[in-house]
Design a protein around this ligand. Structure first.
Ligand SMILES: Cc1cc2nc3c(=O)[nH]c(=O)nc-3n(C[C@H](O)[C@H](O)[C@H](O)COP(=O)(O)O)c2cc1C
Length: 280
């Protein structure tokens, strides 16, 4: 039964609990065909999709991606990559003055090609009762991910999509609506009180207990990135309120570098190795 596009969009929600159920080949191919029909800059389709289903590889991906176990449980993980290699190889036969691997603007374009293809697939998956979740953590250890997947020069992983059948129905989370996200003609800052109200409506329901351990962790993170005065300010705000907000938790406790995450120098070396010169 086909579904209206708005029904598909409105029901989409990230899934992190998958059945250990295979995706039939014809359905998988239908999804991949949809991904390959997405718009791309110049029509060059500068992306590739690596389909990972092997258990051992999925286990490795879990380790590389903050131990997110759903990666292993889901039947399929798709790694979307920027791919200038096809053009490079064609150029070896048919010379053309191609410099796209050397400029930031073109890296960005390749990234957009890959991301748009990924989202096309996610919506197609939703239409076929499958669920997806992006895994951005793939890029934290991008060098190891590239080695695992045998990713050659002029190709760069961008994002992973984990997909499968959900264990149970999902309720889409609260999101900012067009009153917050859409600007008329030019960018206009919202009034800060209205912004705080919108933020509280969306994310303010979730409050975490201000345990000594978590408060200390947030303090340490703030100290590392912003210095003592800001760390004190964070701590005082939390103690005055009596709880930790989701933003404070995510930015102070979760989205912080783990051992093995690449730093700027690591990304630079990785880009160079892959033949992308824009970060030099
Ligand atoms: C670029 C990107 C990276 C993401 N990385 C992760 C991730 O590593 N793990 C995860 O569980 N969800 C990840 N997500 C999913 C988001 O957490 C999710 O889209 C967001 O919370 C909104 O929920 P919704 O998708 O249900 O609307 C990612 C989403 C995007 C777009």
């Amino acid at each position: 039964m086909s579904r209206d596009i708005f029904d598909i969009i409105n029901h989409r929600a990230s899934c992190r609990n998958f059945l250990e159920k295979e995706i039939p080949e014809e359905i998988m191919n239908q999804l991949l065909d949809a991904a390959c029909k997405s718009p791309s800059s110049g029509g060059f389709q500068t992306y590739s999709i690596i389909k990972v289903t092997q258990k051992e590889k999925k286990e490795q991906l879990v380790k590389l991606c903050r131990n997110q176990k759903f990666i292993e449980k889901a039947p399929v993980n798709l790694v979307f990559c920027i791919d200038f290699r096809r053009i490079k190889r064609i150029n070896e036969v048919e010379p053309a003055p191609f410099i796209e691997t050397d400029t930031f603007a073109n890296f960005w374009i390749g990234l957009m090609d890959a991301a748009i293809s990924a989202q096309t697939l996610c919506l197609a998956a939703e239409a076929l009762q499958l669920k997806t979740v992006y895994v951005g953590n793939l890029i934290n250890r991008i060098d190891q991910a590239a080695a695992l997947l045998n990713i050659p020069e002029y190709v760069c992983p961008v994002i992973m999509v984990t997909l499968g059948y959900p264990v149970s129905a999902l309720k889409p989370p609260l999101r900012y609506d067009r009153n917050i996200l859409v600007h008329e003609e030019t960018y206009q800052d919202m009034d800060i009180e209205a912004l705080m109200k919108a933020y509280k409506n969306k994310d303010g329901q979730q409050k975490i207990k201000a345990s000594e351990k978590l408060v200390e962790k947030i303090y340490r993170t703030a100290l590392t990135y912003h210095g003592e005065a800001y760390a004190e300010k964070c701590k005082k705000y939390i103690l005055d309120k009596g709880y930790i907000s989701m933003y404070q938790y995510w930015f102070g406790c979760y989205y912080i570098d783990e051992e093995g995450f690449l730093d700027m120098k690591g990304y630079q070396a990785f880009m160079k190795k892959q033949g992308f010169r824009w970060l030099e």
